[in-house]
Design a protein around this ligand. Structure first.
Ligand SMILES: [Zn+2]
Length: 232
């Protein structure tokens, strides 16, 4: 998202930034803790998983280079605590900007407001187009889809990912994920190692993924470009 801003505006934001390097599996923020920064990933993927009061979990937040973590929360003004736990799913580099500073720049800069609006618009589009996924798409197809998401965000073909983490993100039992991965292995789309999944045949994996995979292409385009469409 930063790349979509004019140089002087981007400079104002990054003047107050510190650089964070986070490995896969690290927790960026826990649910219920105070919001303090807006994070601008320059590589990698962060996923937010909400733990509901009834004990269920589901992932609904996914941020990479095309977006910024908590920029939408900063625009809402009244948000003060994290509503989900953010975990790094693909090793990430990001700039952390104090939220008060970001809000000040956003108030004074229409370009930043526009960038946040575009980011929110694409985030809503992704959510709307994949609403059907948890309710109706088979677990094997959802598992293939999530592996494609990880791959799109730079995880590469050899992924260090546990069955438990995929289960957490997709909101299903770990055993179901192991079965789904076993079936994908039987079909030669992937091979399984200890806490490691290797994509053997991307075309086959795409064929087994649910139709939500269509959303990945758009985010890949934004992600690779490192920015959202500008106002011009
Ligand atoms: Zn789906």
């Amino acid at each position: 998202m930063l790349a979509s801003l004019p140089d002087n505006v981007r400079q104002r934001i990054t003047d107050a930034a510190i650089l964070l390097e986070l490995d896969q599996g690290e927790v960026l923020q826990r649910q219920g803790t105070p919001l303090s920064h807006v994070y601008f990933p320059t590589r990698g993927l962060v996923t937010g998983v909400l733990s509901a009061v009834d004990g269920t979990q589901f992932a609904y937040l996914r941020r990479g280079r095309e977006g910024a973590i908590y920029s939408i929360a900063a625009a809402r003004l009244d948000d003060s605590v994290a509503d989900c736990t953010l975990v790094v799913d693909v090793a990430a580099t990001m700039l952390a900007v104090p939220m008060s500073h970001f809000r000040r720049v956003m108030r004074e800069s229409p370009e930043v407001t526009h960038a946040v609006l575009m980011h929110a618009a694409y985030s809503i589009k992704w959510l709307e187009r994949t609403l059907n996924c948890p309710a109706h798409h088979p677990i094997q197809a959802r598992t293939a889809y999530w592996l494609l998401v990880l791959s799109a965000y730079g995880a590469g073909r050899v992924m260090r990912v546990t069955h438990g983490r995929i289960a957490e993100v997709l909101g299903v039992r770990r055993q179901s994920i192991s079965e789904a991965l076993g079936e994908l292995q039987d079909q030669d789309a992937i091979s399984l190692g200890r806490e490691r999944i290797v994509i053997r045949d991307l075309t086959s994996l795409r064929r087994h993924a649910c139709e939500c995979r269509a959303q990945i292409e758009e985010v890949v385009r934004l992600h690779r470009a490192g920015h959202l469409p500008s106002a011009a």
